[in-house]
Design a protein around this ligand. Structure first.
Ligand SMILES: [Ca+2]
Ligand SMILES: [Ca+2]
Length: 369
């Protein structure tokens, strides 16, 4: 119990940090200063300022101000609607929900507080519904580019394996190239250990590309959709084809718990001070991707010769380049267990088949006049 509470508190702190800016900008001054100013020139004329805010568990949201506050009766409201009550604890306003927040849902909480001199502040706080049962997921496969083959088409996707039963609501995937980073937040959906989740990042805009929010895993069509995987679609930004990074977090604003850095094998040396380096620094700090030196270098990545005919797959639970491999050509498995690396025998067989084919074609060309 106490362990759970401590964990909840530290998670809440992380959420607070991300919400400070949005909340502070939205906190607006109220009325009642002018009359006080006329009588008491040195009095407190400033309304309370919001310092930090966010959910602290599934039924509570905490707002911390820069001075002691009291809630204004009847001023509180939330969308989506829920019954609320509020109490002040010195500089903190604790807002209690009558029922659990819906995990991953976007909430907007509005209300007013007074300081001890009656200066009033109105706030509007946007936050993500607290998730008490966010399961650990593991990145398992990544298709970084479009393969427009007629018979085996593939488009950008990230596949995740579910490691425990739970609800995805609020879990976040982010991905970065050197110039751009993007983020996707999962909606509240119940999942089971062993499920495969596929986030498609280059949808064609077809009506059959449907998010699978219920029990039916065959609800979606579209390239790479499957009846074994739970498919989601996001048109915001595809993956970088050759070099990029992916990070997974359990809750908005949390440290990442898993990551992948893939790098074109021709690149060497330190990265520039860019979006990709920023994500790698954060992955390294969270022990989700190791770096050899103090700053990210291309050599820290999973090195590969980028090809849309191959996906990058997870070999085991470790973090870092050694836990990943590139599939054989055409061996992608979105929404299903990865096939495993090509065996040395299979590689050998292919090489000798290619060699034999070359010899034959040489003989044929030699015969030509
Ligand atoms: Ca599916
Ligand atoms: Ca797979």
């Amino acid at each position: 119990m106490s362990h759970h509470r401590a964990k909840a508190a530290s998670l809440a702190a992380a959420v607070f940090a991300t919400l400070v800016l949005a909340a502070a900008v939205l906190a607006a001054a109220g009325c009642s200063q002018e009359s006080a100013a006329a009588i008491y020139p040195t009095a407190d004329l400033r309304p309370p300022g919001l310092v930090a805010a966010g959910p602290s568990d599934s039924r509570s949201v905490l707002l911390r101000f820069d001075e002691a506050v009291t809630p204004v009766q009847g001023s509180l409201s939330v969308e989506p609607r829920s019954d609320l009550s509020a109490r002040a604890e010195d500089k903190d306003l604790v807002v209690s929900f009558a029922s659990d927040q819906s995990p991953g849902t976007d909430y907007a909480l509005a209300g007013e507080v007074d300081d001890l001199k009656g200066n009033r502040a109105r706030f509007l706080l946007r936050f993500t519904g607290w998730n008490d049962c966010a399961p650990r997921l593991r990145l398992s496969e990544v298709q970084t580019g479009k393969n427009s083959s007629k018979t085996k088409p593939h488009r950008d996707y990230i596949e995740l394996e579910v490691l425990a039963d739970g609800n995805l609501g609020g879990e976040e995937l982010s991905w970065a190239s050197s110039v751009k980073s993007s983020i996707y937040r999962f909606p509240g959906v119940e999942v089971k250990k062993g499920d495969f989740i596929v986030l498609h990042l280059a949808p064609e805009g077809l009506s059959e590309e449907r998010d699978e929010l219920g029990a039916d895993l065959s609800a979606s069509g579209g390239v790479d959709a499957s009846a074994t995987g739970r498919d989601f679609w996001y048109a915001g930004a595809p993956l970088p084809d050759e070099s990029g990074a992916i990070a997974l977090a359990l809750r908005p604003g949390d440290q990442p718990i898993d990551g992948l850095f893939y790098a074109d094998e021709s690149k060497t040396g330190s990265l520039s001070d860019d979006k990709l380096a920023e994500m790698l620094t954060s992955l390294a700090a969270a022990k989700a991707w190791p770096l050899a030196g103090a700053k990210p270098a291309w050599e820290d990545g999973f090195r590969w010769n980028s090809s849309p005919a191959k996906s990058i797959c997870r070999l085991d639970a470790a973090s870092g380049a050694g836990a990943w491999y590139a599939t054989a050509t055409g061996a992608q498995s979105p929404g299903a267990l990865n096939a495993g690396p090509e065996t040395p025998a299979a590689v050998q067989a292919k090489t000798s088949a290619k060699g034999a084919a070359k010899k034959v074609s040489k003989r044929i060309s030699a015969k030509k006049p």
